[in-house]
Design a protein around this ligand. Structure first.
Ligand code: G6P
Length: 591
């Protein structure tokens, strides 16, 4: 959601900026723009649509000779997606790109309008630019220090001052890193945008200001210069490229055996690294989107296996609902990006109440990774496709390991060693499922004309259905819904009609007969039933895919990849923009 790149160095910034914006496309955007500076002139070029549209516009414009520039992809929040609202915004001597939301923008704008400032756009960013311009006294560090005292909300800013040849950046509650090489300095929303040029970076903390020139990187807080540590990223150039795959989503699904291997090796060979949840009486799992659905699997495992009471709630509700913490509670925060605004707020709410938090997170430099009381990192590497796949699977694997360890400590698991042995086989088992990709491609073809689909399952299978359904709708735009199999007949069964696809997930032996009878109910109403199961004896409906039966702790890890691939291939059949589905953002940094 919104991406920032900035450059100061020995070369013209244009190529670095365009290249960086392309690498940030995955975050989701609907317009983009760049600003170049030279000899007190700032040239701004903006466009709606794709980066390729901006690139075409830039190529048709006579550019100033510059070595300092900022660029932005915008996902509209304040005001529609048009060129005027696109960033950069220039007010007086200040040109700005921004990620985040200025919460007191309306109030500030009213004051500035009364003072005679004329605003062109509907954005909060133009207001921020006007505030910085108003504070400008010839000293950029002092100016930014004073201006941010007036702003409420979240921001990552890349700032150019007309009469300075340096690049400035500051952030609060929104990600931004500074890339360092000998003769070039960068700013970026994440390392993938600049990894082609450097893997050395500095992580800005809240309200720290970076002042960057070709040779120097200086950092300030509250007006004083501070020392910052230069970190080395392990992200590789290949991580930001599709390789031979048609889409990142497919590449990332196919990487699942590898990332599982990496994550399991890290934890299984050292179970001490797995956080001990057995000492808590209640667990709240709080997250958004797929991360929440991974948490729903966690809930079943904690309750069934480790006998720990557990609730799940989406972070946007949890942060505002009354939460009763009357037992020894652990709040588990799940987030691939570690930057989802609602999830961060939910975590902070728990901290305010003195509650322990454990974050299951992928991005190690993220806000959640840095603020949570305890962290367990999944080793997914960068995930570029907006729809999460490999990171989701690893989140599920983390819940399996957390529940297994807790059950073992509580003396509730008699087959601990066997379960661990099974965990070691998982990467190969997932590979075997993925090798059947043509079978799921067939399903995608059959769904070419589908307008609606349903997913049904009970217990842990229902949690899997939630993710299967989300994968289908977010990338293929087929309306779909997941239901507890027994609940469908309380209303929604009225929508079951001739040939409608219904996916049934049946892995839970205890209640498989119950789900089977719900399958028969929809089939009697002419639904086309696709069953994903670990039980070969289950009746062959329209389609059946059987995965190997393994320990309950890990069974979802084999069932989810087929559903991910079905979502992918359905979208592929429809020639959709799979890695960047309409209206979606990878990392939702606003409420
Ligand atoms: C967005 C993404 C989803 C993701 C959710 C939570 O909606 O499109 O794929 O599951 O955010 O993101 P997080 O980074 O917190 O896991």
């Amino acid at each position: 959601m919104c991406g920032i790149v900035g450059y100061v160095g020995e070369h013209n910034p244009k190529d670095v900026l365009i290249d960086g914006l392309k690498k940030l496309e995955y975050r989701g955007y609907d317009s983009s723009g760049i600003a170049l500076r030279s000899n007190e002139t700032v040239q701004v070029i903006k466009s709606t649509g794709r980066i390729s549209d901006l690139e075409e516009k830039i190529n048709n414009t006579k550019l100033i000779n510059s070595n300092l520039g900022i660029a932005h992809t915008r996902w509209a929040t304040h005001g529609e997606a048009n060129e005027i609202n696109a960033h950069p915004h220039k007010v007086g001597r200040v040109t700005l790109v921004h990620n985040g939301i200025i919460e007191n923008a309306t109030e500030l704008k009213n004051t500035l309008v009364n003072e005679g400032i004329v605003f062109r756009s509907e954005t909060d960013t133009e207001v921020a630019a006007a505030v910085i311009n108003k504070c400008y006294d010839g000293n950029p560090i002092k100016t930014i220090t004073e201006a941010i005292k007036l702003l409420k909300g979240s921001y990552a800013f890349g700032i150019i001052f007309e009469n300075s040849d340096k690049l400035y950046a500051v952030r609060k509650d929104s990600p931004l890193i500074v890339g360092i090489s000998d003769t070039e300095k960068y700013i970026a929303s994440d390392i993938t945008a600049i990894v082609k040029y450097t893997n050395k970076y500095v992580l800005l903390e809240d309200n720290e200001i970076a002042e960057l020139s070709t040779k120097d990187a200086k950092f300030y807080k509250n007006g004083e210069e501070i020392e910052k540590k230069i970190e080395q990223s392990t992200t590789k150039i290949e991580d930001a490229n599709k390789g031979s795959y048609k889409h990142f989503m497919l590449k990332e699904i196919m990487e699942e055996p590898l990332v599982l291997q990496r994550t399991l090796n890290k934890y299984i060979n050292n179970m001490d690294k797995i956080f001990d949840v057995s000492k808590y009486e209640e667990i709240h799992i709080v997250a958004c989107g797929s991360a929440l659905y991974a948490g729903m699997i966690g809930k079943y495992l904690f309750e069934e296996k480790a006998n720990i009471r557990c609730i799940t709630e989406c972070a946007s509700e949890y942060r505002y609902n009354k939460v009763i913490y009357d037992r020894k509670t652990l709040v588990i925060i799940v987030s691939q990006s570690g930057e989802t605004a609602d999830t961060i707020a939910a975590m902070r709410k728990a901290h305010e109440e003195g509650i322990d938090t454990l974050a299951i997170v992928n991005v190690k430099t993220s806000t959640i990774a840095r603020e949570a009381k305890h962290t367990m990192f999944i080793e997914a590497g960068p995930e570029i496709a907006v729809a999460t796949t490999k990171a989701y699977l690893l989140q599920v694997a983390m819940f399996s390991l957390l529940a297994l360890k807790a059950a073992n400590i509580k003396g509730l698991e008699n087959n601990y060693e066997e379960v661990i042995k099974e965990a070691r086989r998982l990467p190969n088992l997932v590979k075997k499922v993925l090798n059947d990709h043509d079978k799921f491609e067939e399903v995608g073809k059959e769904l070419l004309d589908a307008k609606d689909a349903f997913y049904i399952g009970r217990g842990i299978d229902f949690a899997i259905c939630k993710e299967g359904s989300l994968k289908l709708k977010e990338v293929s735009y087929v309306h779909s819904d997941a239901y507890e199999a027994g609940e469908l007949k309380h209303g929604t069964i009225s929508l079951i009609e001739d040939n409608i696809p219904v996916f049934a997930v049946i892995t839970n032996e205890k209640i498989k007969d119950k789900t089977e009878s719900n399958v028969i109910e929809v089939e009697s109403r002419q639904a086309r039933v696709y069953t994903i199961t670990n039980d070969g004896s289950i009746t062959n409906h329209h389609y059946k895919y059987v995965v190997e039966k393994i320990s309950d702790y890990f069974q979802p890890i084999l069932v989810v990849p087929p559903l991910q691939l079905i979502g992918y291939y359905t979208a592929n059949e429809r020639n959709l923009d799979i890695d960047k589905p309409r209206n979606l953002a990878k990392s939702v940094t606003v409420e």
